[in-house]
Design a protein around this ligand. Structure first.
Ligand code: NAD
Ligand code: IPM
Ligand code: MN
Length: 369
């Protein structure tokens, strides 16, 4: 039976082969938050996890110095020689058209066919009065992100392309997740206006709904959904959306958790087209307004690393990192965005202070699922 559990993607992985990760810190706060994810990788290794990682320099500085964004040869090496990517953020005010960001981040998402972008959103500290547990399943490769269009005198066009295989992959993953989690599924759409593209989404959704009678699933106009989400976040479970709506919904949901600095994400390719199956990155961008000041919250990046561990089948490590983040916050550790005064590195240390020891002294290791 197909699995909707996050972390089943690597089932059958070869235990003897090291997991190979490419790290792309990128721009702005990207390298600052990546510096707090690195010790988590080293910690996993100290517990016996077979992991290799190396850093790639691509981002604004590299582009401005060399005119190179992501060379095709490097893309192919990552695609065929790595298992996953850990990504910081891209975006730099010196490159206002964002060309390098497109050619690095969108190239990876699209070229690796990472259809599913999973953006979970739940309270970081337990015991909030109004609990919520939202998981956004965002299609990650299509819609207006195909970057086709034109600017003419007095007229501008952006195309949004939706293909049935990608829509089906995303919705199938969302249905399986809602089924396995026992929660509702809501499709965000605007098929009342976007008759062609979102019409396709609705058709595939209705087909899968008939095949999953155990899942409480409903389509909802995205505008009405946003109002209901703000008023009653606890009423939502899995939310499926196209690339554009999913981008907006996931930033809004990030606000429930505490803001842009804390929201994690993981993208993956359910149909396993290449060796490199996943990319973990925080939901936030390069935050040029706070970059270089030690103000960035590393929680989104660290929690994305936990999602990556779960994807690799390393559930114990994923849980340990997630609970260390919660314990550090319960202990009062906060960066400026959460009303505290800790710098990025101090917040990273506070989190790691709650990790169990490595070298077989920590919690027991489980096998790959
Ligand atoms: P942003 O997410 O970079 O910043 C939005 C707000 O959130 C800012 O006030 C920022 O200070 C704050 N913020 C972001 N990350 C934070 C962190 N770790 N800790 C504390 N506060 C944090 O979005 P933006 O300002 O719209 O975009 C800036 C650049 O980043 C643009 O070039 C954009 O295209 C790019 N971007 C990249 C990604 C990515 O690489 N995945 C995602 C979003 C935006
Ligand atoms: C995100 C970002 C990106 C997106 C940008 C930088 C292209 O906002 O990862 O959410 O829109 O997907
Ligand atoms: Mn976004």
């Amino acid at each position: 039976m197909e699995c909707g559990t996050i972390g089943c993607e690597m089932g059958g992985a070869d235990l003897d082969k090291p997991v190979r990760l490419a790290l792309i810190p990128g721009d702005g706060v990207g390298p600052e938050v990546m510096a707090e994810a690195l010790p988590c990788l080293e910690w996993a290794r100290s517990r016996g996890r077979n992991i290799e990682f190396f850093s790639l320099p691509f981002g604004a500085e590299h582009y401005l110095a060399t005119s190179e964004t992501l060379p095709e040869g490097v893309f192919a090496d990552v695609r065929d020689g790595c298992d996953a990517i850990l990504f910081g953020a891209v975006g730099d005010p010196r490159i206002p058209d964002g060309r390098h960001a497109e050619e690095i981040l969108l190239r990876l998402r699209q070229g690796l066919e990472l259809t599913v972008n999973f953006r979970p959103c739940r309270p970081l500290v337990a015991g909030l009065d109004a609990p919520f547990d939202i998981e956004v399943f965002r299609e990650n490769t299509e819609g207006p992100y195909c970057l086709q269009g034109s600017t003419e005198p007095g007229r501008a066009v952006d195309l949004a392309i939706h293909t049935e295989p990608a829509v089906r992959r995303l919705l199938q993953a969302a249905f399986l997740r809602a089924r396995d989690k026992g929660c509702s599924l809501t499709l965000a759409h605007k098929a009342n206006v976007l008759k062609h593209g979102h019409g396709l989404w609705l058709r595939v959704f209705e087909e899968l709904r008939a095949r999953h009678p155990g899942v409480t699933a409903r389509p909802m106009h995205a505008d009405a959904l946003l109002c209901a989400l703000v008023q009653k976040p606890g009423a939502f479970g899995v939310i499926a959306a196209d690339n554009y709506l999913g981008d907006l919904i996931s930033d809004l949901s990030a606000a429930f958790m505490g803001g842009m600095g804390v929201a994690p994400s993981l993208s993956w390719a359910p149909h396993r087209p290449f060796r490199c199956l996943a990319l973990a990155e925080p939901v936030h961008g390069s935050a040029p307004d706070i970059a270089g000041k030690g103000l960035a919250n590393p929680v989104g990046m660290v929690l994305s690393t936990a999602l990556l561990f779960r994807h690799l089948g390393w559930e114990a490590e994923a849980v340990a990192i997630e609970s260390s983040v919660s314990k550090a916050l319960e202990d009062g550790a906060r960066t400026l965005d959460l009303g505290g005064s800790l710098e990025t590195a101090a917040m990273g240390r506070a989190i790691r202070g709650f990790l169990p020891l490595g070298h077989q002294q920590g919690i027991p290791m489980e096998k790959h699922s």
